[in-house]
Write a protein that binds this ligand. Sequence first.
Ligand SMILES: Nc1ncnc2c1ncn2[C@@H]1O[C@H](COP(=O)(O)OP(=O)(O)O)[C@@H](O)[C@H]1O
Ligand SMILES: [Mg+2]
Length: 245
Amino acid sequence: MSTTSQAADNTKAAATASVLMARNLNKEVTSGERILTILEGLSLDVVAGESVAILGSSGAGKSTLLSLLAGLDTPSGGELEMFGQSLAALDEDGRARLRAGRVGFVFQNFQLLPTLTALENVLLPQELTDSGMNSSRGREWLERVGLVERMHHLPKQLSGGEQQRVAIARAFVTEPDLVFADEPTGNLDRDTGQRIADLLFGLNRASGTTLVLVTHDLTLANRCDRQLTLEHGRLHERQPTEAGL
Ligand SMILES: Nc1ncnc2c1ncn2[C@@H]1O[C@H](COP(=O)(O)OP(=O)(O)O)[C@@H](O)[C@H]1O
Ligand SMILES: [Mg+2]
Protein backbone atom coordinates (compact mmCIF):
# COMPACT_ATOMS: atom_id res chain seq x y z
CA MET A 1 0.00 0.00 0.00
CA SER A 2 1.38 3.42 -0.90
CA THR A 3 1.96 6.02 1.78
CA THR A 4 -0.72 8.21 0.24
CA SER A 5 -3.45 5.60 0.38
CA GLN A 6 -2.36 4.60 3.88
CA ALA A 7 -2.72 8.22 4.95
CA ALA A 8 -6.15 8.34 3.31
CA ASP A 9 -7.16 5.17 5.18
CA ASN A 10 -5.98 6.64 8.48
CA THR A 11 -7.98 9.79 7.83
CA LYS A 12 -11.03 7.69 7.11
CA ALA A 13 -10.55 5.64 10.28
CA ALA A 14 -10.16 8.81 12.33
CA ALA A 15 -13.26 10.32 10.75
CA THR A 16 -15.44 7.44 11.91
CA ALA A 17 -13.85 6.87 15.32
CA SER A 18 -16.33 7.05 18.18
CA VAL A 19 -15.67 10.03 20.42
CA LEU A 20 -18.83 9.82 22.53
CA MET A 21 -21.37 7.08 22.99
CA ALA A 22 -24.35 7.20 25.33
CA ARG A 23 -26.92 4.40 25.63
CA ASN A 24 -30.10 4.53 27.63
CA LEU A 25 -28.69 7.21 29.87
CA ASN A 26 -30.66 8.15 32.99
CA LYS A 27 -30.04 10.89 35.50
CA GLU A 28 -32.13 11.35 38.62
CA VAL A 29 -31.48 13.82 41.39
CA THR A 30 -33.21 14.22 44.73
CA SER A 31 -34.76 17.58 45.34
CA GLY A 32 -36.00 17.67 48.93
CA GLU A 33 -38.37 14.71 49.27
CA ARG A 34 -38.86 14.33 45.53
CA ILE A 35 -36.87 12.44 42.94
CA LEU A 36 -36.44 14.51 39.82
CA THR A 37 -35.75 12.66 36.55
CA ILE A 38 -33.61 14.91 34.33
CA LEU A 39 -32.54 12.44 31.62
CA GLU A 40 -34.38 9.26 30.73
CA GLY A 41 -33.36 6.69 28.10
CA LEU A 42 -31.10 9.14 26.28
CA SER A 43 -28.82 7.90 23.49
CA LEU A 44 -26.17 9.75 21.51
CA ASP A 45 -23.29 8.92 19.17
CA VAL A 46 -20.66 11.45 18.19
CA VAL A 47 -17.78 10.57 15.86
CA ALA A 48 -14.43 12.31 15.49
CA GLY A 49 -14.53 15.66 13.74
CA GLU A 50 -18.27 16.18 14.11
CA SER A 51 -19.85 19.34 15.46
CA VAL A 52 -23.07 18.86 17.39
CA ALA A 53 -25.37 21.55 18.78
CA ILE A 54 -27.64 20.73 21.72
CA LEU A 55 -30.64 23.00 22.09
CA GLY A 56 -33.53 22.96 24.53
CA SER A 57 -35.45 25.13 26.93
CA SER A 58 -33.99 26.33 30.20
CA GLY A 59 -34.04 23.53 32.78
CA ALA A 60 -34.28 20.80 30.10
CA GLY A 61 -31.07 19.20 31.42
CA LYS A 62 -28.49 20.41 28.87
CA SER A 63 -25.80 21.32 31.40
CA THR A 64 -26.44 18.07 33.27
CA LEU A 65 -26.01 16.11 30.01
CA LEU A 66 -22.73 17.87 29.16
CA SER A 67 -21.30 17.10 32.63
CA LEU A 68 -22.24 13.43 32.22
CA LEU A 69 -20.78 13.16 28.72
CA ALA A 70 -17.52 14.72 29.95
CA GLY A 71 -17.37 12.34 32.93
CA LEU A 72 -17.62 15.23 35.40
CA ASP A 73 -20.80 13.75 36.88
CA THR A 74 -22.04 10.15 37.05
CA PRO A 75 -25.30 8.87 35.54
CA SER A 76 -28.00 7.02 37.50
CA GLY A 77 -28.13 4.40 34.76
CA GLY A 78 -27.06 3.56 31.22
CA GLU A 79 -23.75 3.30 29.41
CA LEU A 80 -21.27 6.02 28.54
CA GLU A 81 -18.06 5.89 26.52
CA MET A 82 -15.51 8.55 25.67
CA PHE A 83 -12.88 7.75 22.99
CA GLY A 84 -14.17 4.16 23.11
CA GLN A 85 -13.45 3.85 26.83
CA SER A 86 -16.27 3.05 29.28
CA LEU A 87 -16.49 5.86 31.85
CA ALA A 88 -18.10 3.55 34.43
CA ALA A 89 -14.96 1.40 34.37
CA LEU A 90 -12.85 4.35 35.54
CA ASP A 91 -12.69 6.12 38.88
CA GLU A 92 -12.55 9.90 39.13
CA ASP A 93 -8.76 10.00 38.65
CA GLY A 94 -8.97 7.67 35.66
CA ARG A 95 -11.60 9.91 34.06
CA ALA A 96 -9.44 12.97 34.72
CA ARG A 97 -6.48 11.23 33.05
CA LEU A 98 -8.63 10.32 30.05
CA ARG A 99 -9.66 14.00 29.70
CA ALA A 100 -6.21 15.53 30.34
CA GLY A 101 -4.96 17.31 27.24
CA ARG A 102 -7.68 15.74 25.09
CA VAL A 103 -10.86 17.39 26.36
CA GLY A 104 -11.62 21.08 26.83
CA PHE A 105 -14.69 22.24 28.74
CA VAL A 106 -16.25 25.71 28.73
CA PHE A 107 -18.62 25.88 31.70
CA GLN A 108 -21.81 27.90 31.65
CA ASN A 109 -20.57 29.87 34.69
CA PHE A 110 -16.93 29.86 33.43
CA GLN A 111 -15.43 28.42 36.68
CA LEU A 112 -12.29 30.52 36.60
CA LEU A 113 -10.14 30.40 39.73
CA PRO A 114 -10.67 33.78 41.43
CA THR A 115 -7.11 34.15 42.77
CA LEU A 116 -5.43 33.51 39.41
CA THR A 117 -4.99 36.01 36.59
CA ALA A 118 -6.52 35.46 33.17
CA LEU A 119 -3.20 34.09 31.88
CA GLU A 120 -2.72 31.79 34.89
CA ASN A 121 -6.26 30.47 34.43
CA VAL A 122 -5.56 29.73 30.77
CA LEU A 123 -2.35 27.93 31.68
CA LEU A 124 -4.03 25.65 34.26
CA PRO A 125 -4.85 22.75 31.90
CA GLN A 126 -1.26 22.75 30.63
CA GLU A 127 0.01 22.39 34.17
CA LEU A 128 -2.27 19.39 34.58
CA THR A 129 -0.77 17.73 31.53
CA ASP A 130 2.89 16.85 31.20
CA SER A 131 3.67 19.64 28.76
CA GLY A 132 4.50 22.01 31.65
CA MET A 133 4.17 25.79 31.76
CA ASN A 134 4.04 27.33 28.34
CA SER A 135 3.04 30.90 28.82
CA SER A 136 3.58 31.88 25.18
CA ARG A 137 0.86 29.42 24.20
CA GLY A 138 -1.47 30.90 26.83
CA ARG A 139 -0.72 34.40 25.60
CA GLU A 140 -1.38 33.31 22.03
CA TRP A 141 -4.82 31.98 22.96
CA LEU A 142 -5.69 35.11 24.91
CA GLU A 143 -4.73 37.05 21.80
CA ARG A 144 -7.01 34.88 19.67
CA VAL A 145 -9.99 35.62 21.94
CA GLY A 146 -9.04 39.31 21.93
CA LEU A 147 -7.96 39.60 25.57
CA VAL A 148 -4.18 39.78 25.57
CA GLU A 149 -4.22 43.25 27.13
CA ARG A 150 -6.22 41.84 30.07
CA MET A 151 -3.95 38.87 30.76
CA HIS A 152 -2.80 40.01 34.19
CA HIS A 153 -6.30 40.84 35.39
CA LEU A 154 -8.15 38.74 37.96
CA PRO A 155 -11.58 37.33 37.00
CA LYS A 156 -13.36 39.88 39.22
CA GLN A 157 -11.73 42.68 37.18
CA LEU A 158 -13.25 41.29 33.98
CA SER A 159 -16.79 41.52 32.60
CA GLY A 160 -18.91 38.38 32.15
CA GLY A 161 -18.13 38.27 28.44
CA GLU A 162 -14.40 38.68 29.09
CA GLN A 163 -14.46 35.87 31.67
CA GLN A 164 -16.24 33.70 29.12
CA ARG A 165 -13.47 34.34 26.60
CA VAL A 166 -10.80 33.43 29.20
CA ALA A 167 -12.71 30.18 29.80
CA ILE A 168 -12.73 29.53 26.05
CA ALA A 169 -8.97 30.18 25.75
CA ARG A 170 -8.44 27.77 28.67
CA ALA A 171 -10.51 25.07 26.94
CA PHE A 172 -8.53 25.44 23.70
CA VAL A 173 -4.98 25.88 24.98
CA THR A 174 -4.10 22.17 24.88
CA GLU A 175 -5.63 21.93 21.38
CA PRO A 176 -7.90 19.10 22.53
CA ASP A 177 -9.58 16.41 20.43
CA LEU A 178 -12.96 17.20 21.98
CA VAL A 179 -14.43 20.47 23.22
CA PHE A 180 -17.61 20.77 25.28
CA ALA A 181 -18.96 24.29 25.51
CA ASP A 182 -22.02 25.26 27.54
CA GLU A 183 -23.57 28.35 25.94
CA PRO A 184 -20.15 29.67 24.82
CA THR A 185 -21.57 32.83 23.26
CA GLY A 186 -24.27 33.39 25.91
CA ASN A 187 -22.67 36.51 27.38
CA LEU A 188 -21.14 37.96 24.23
CA ASP A 189 -22.27 40.68 21.86
CA ARG A 190 -22.89 39.62 18.26
CA ASP A 191 -19.45 40.51 16.86
CA THR A 192 -17.54 38.88 19.72
CA GLY A 193 -19.85 35.84 19.51
CA GLN A 194 -19.04 35.59 15.80
CA ARG A 195 -15.32 35.75 16.54
CA ILE A 196 -15.61 32.95 19.11
CA ALA A 197 -17.71 30.86 16.73
CA ASP A 198 -15.04 31.36 14.02
CA LEU A 199 -12.40 30.12 16.48
CA LEU A 200 -14.46 27.05 17.39
CA PHE A 201 -15.18 26.06 13.80
CA GLY A 202 -11.65 27.01 12.71
CA LEU A 203 -10.30 24.42 15.17
CA ASN A 204 -12.91 21.94 14.04
CA ARG A 205 -11.81 22.32 10.41
CA ALA A 206 -8.05 22.64 10.92
CA SER A 207 -7.49 20.00 13.63
CA GLY A 208 -10.64 17.88 13.39
CA THR A 209 -11.61 18.93 16.92
CA THR A 210 -14.98 17.42 17.82
CA LEU A 211 -17.40 20.04 19.15
CA VAL A 212 -20.37 19.49 21.44
CA LEU A 213 -22.05 22.83 22.04
CA VAL A 214 -25.04 23.74 24.16
CA THR A 215 -26.49 26.90 22.73
CA HIS A 216 -29.57 29.09 22.33
CA ASP A 217 -27.79 30.88 19.50
CA LEU A 218 -29.31 29.52 16.27
CA THR A 219 -26.62 31.13 14.13
CA LEU A 220 -24.07 29.06 16.04
CA ALA A 221 -26.28 25.93 15.96
CA ASN A 222 -26.75 26.25 12.20
CA ARG A 223 -22.99 26.07 11.67
CA CYS A 224 -22.91 22.63 13.32
CA ASP A 225 -23.13 19.34 11.39
CA ARG A 226 -26.05 18.24 13.57
CA GLN A 227 -28.60 19.90 15.77
CA LEU A 228 -30.31 18.03 18.59
CA THR A 229 -33.02 19.24 20.94
CA LEU A 230 -33.17 17.96 24.50
CA GLU A 231 -36.77 17.44 25.51
CA HIS A 232 -38.42 15.16 28.09
CA GLY A 233 -35.03 13.73 28.98
CA ARG A 234 -34.06 12.66 25.44
CA LEU A 235 -32.44 14.08 22.33
CA HIS A 236 -34.37 14.61 19.10
CA GLU A 237 -32.94 15.56 15.69
CA ARG A 238 -33.73 19.15 14.83
CA GLN A 239 -33.95 20.37 11.26
CA PRO A 240 -31.58 23.31 10.74
CA THR A 241 -33.39 26.57 10.05
CA GLU A 242 -32.57 28.22 6.75
CA ALA A 243 -32.51 31.78 7.96
CA GLY A 244 -30.32 31.03 10.94
CA LEU A 245 -32.38 33.31 13.13
N1 LIG B 1 -27.85 18.38 41.61
C1 LIG B 1 -29.10 18.77 41.37
N2 LIG B 1 -30.03 18.70 42.35
C2 LIG B 1 -31.31 19.07 42.10
N3 LIG B 1 -31.75 19.53 40.93
C3 LIG B 1 -30.87 19.62 39.92
C4 LIG B 1 -29.50 19.26 40.09
N4 LIG B 1 -28.87 19.46 38.91
C5 LIG B 1 -29.80 19.95 38.06
N5 LIG B 1 -31.01 20.04 38.66
C6 LIG B 1 -32.26 20.45 38.04
O1 LIG B 1 -32.37 19.71 36.83
C7 LIG B 1 -32.92 20.48 35.79
C8 LIG B 1 -31.95 20.55 34.61
O2 LIG B 1 -30.87 21.41 34.94
P1 LIG B 1 -29.76 21.86 33.89
O3 LIG B 1 -29.06 20.65 33.42
O4 LIG B 1 -28.94 22.92 34.53
O5 LIG B 1 -30.67 22.45 32.72
P2 LIG B 1 -30.30 23.39 31.47
O6 LIG B 1 -28.82 23.47 31.39
O7 LIG B 1 -30.94 22.76 30.29
O8 LIG B 1 -30.92 24.73 31.77
C9 LIG B 1 -33.25 21.82 36.41
O9 LIG B 1 -34.60 21.80 36.79
C10 LIG B 1 -32.31 21.88 37.60
O10 LIG B 1 -32.85 22.71 38.59
MG1 LIG C 1 -27.51 25.04 31.46
